[in-house]
Design a protein around this ligand. Structure first.
Ligand SMILES: [Fe+2]
Length: 227
């Protein structure tokens, strides 16, 4: 009798774990500020189209691809860790969903300037100076051929590094030449800047520093270091 009770309890526990695994769902996050909040650096029309059309399309296509590829129950990090095994639809739209979700949070109105505390110290230690870091990051963003992103990433040894990646790839993906936890990113797809800056990608990259939410980046850095 005892044995049967134990088996029943074990089966019940398994069902709970299974139910929890299946409850992983991907939310469409609200933009944390209004479309015109980053004016004059990033214009209202660009923000509206970027968030409500491009980002929404990545999200919808990703959710659809999760169902079609039997990836229900997996987290984004788990999917990215094996992304080379799945269709390009998962890679492109999963990346588009994650990358933009991060991007909205690391920008803010009345932001910019420099980080403080440990992040500032570690950037200076790694890149020689904060100014040198911005130069290297801008170079990665401006020389990414075609569409893509530039990243500031924390590797497994808690070291900061800069990376450029094409399309919607990101440093969490197994296809990334160097992997780690992203804490800062700039979208250099033309849809991110063309309405206001046309072909002048460098101008858009230069103004990006005016909207970087260093408080959020510092928070992401602290979380990345804990792992
Ligand atoms: Fe974008």
């Amino acid at each position: 009798m005892k044995k049967i009770t134990c088996i029943l309890i074990a089966l019940f526990a398994l069902q709970i774990v299974k139910a929890e695994a299946q409850t992983i769902s991907f939310e469409f996050p609200a933009l944390p500020y209004s479309y015109d909040a980053l004016e004059p650096y990033i214009d209202k029309a660009t923000m509206e189209i970027h968030y409500d059309r491009h980002f929404r399309a990545y999200y919808n296509n990703f959710v659809k691809s999760v169902n079609e590829n039997n990836l229900n129950g997996k987290s984004l990090e788990e999917i990215f860790a094996d992304v080379s095994k799945y269709s390009a639809v998962v890679r492109n739209n999963g990346g588009g969903y994650y990358n933009h979700s991060l991007f909205w949070t690391i920008m803010a109105p009345n932001a910019g300037g420099k980080p403080d505390g440990k992040l500032f110290e570690d950037i200076e230690k790694t890149f020689g100076s904060f100014e040198n870091f911005t130069k290297e990051f801008e170079k990665a963003a401006s020389t990414q051929f075609g569409s893509g992103w530039a990243w500031l990433v924390v590797d497994e040894n808690n070291q900061l590094f800069i990376l450029q990646l094409p399309n919607q790839d990101n440093p969490l993906m197994d296809i990334s030449p160097k992997k780690g936890m992203p804490i800062l990113a700039i979208d250099v797809w033309e849809h991110a800047y063309y309405l206001k800056y046309q072909n002048k990608r460098r101008d858009y990259i230069a103004i990006f520093w005016k909207v970087v939410n260093w408080n959020k980046v510092s928070e992401l850095y602290a979380n990345a270091l804990k792992k």
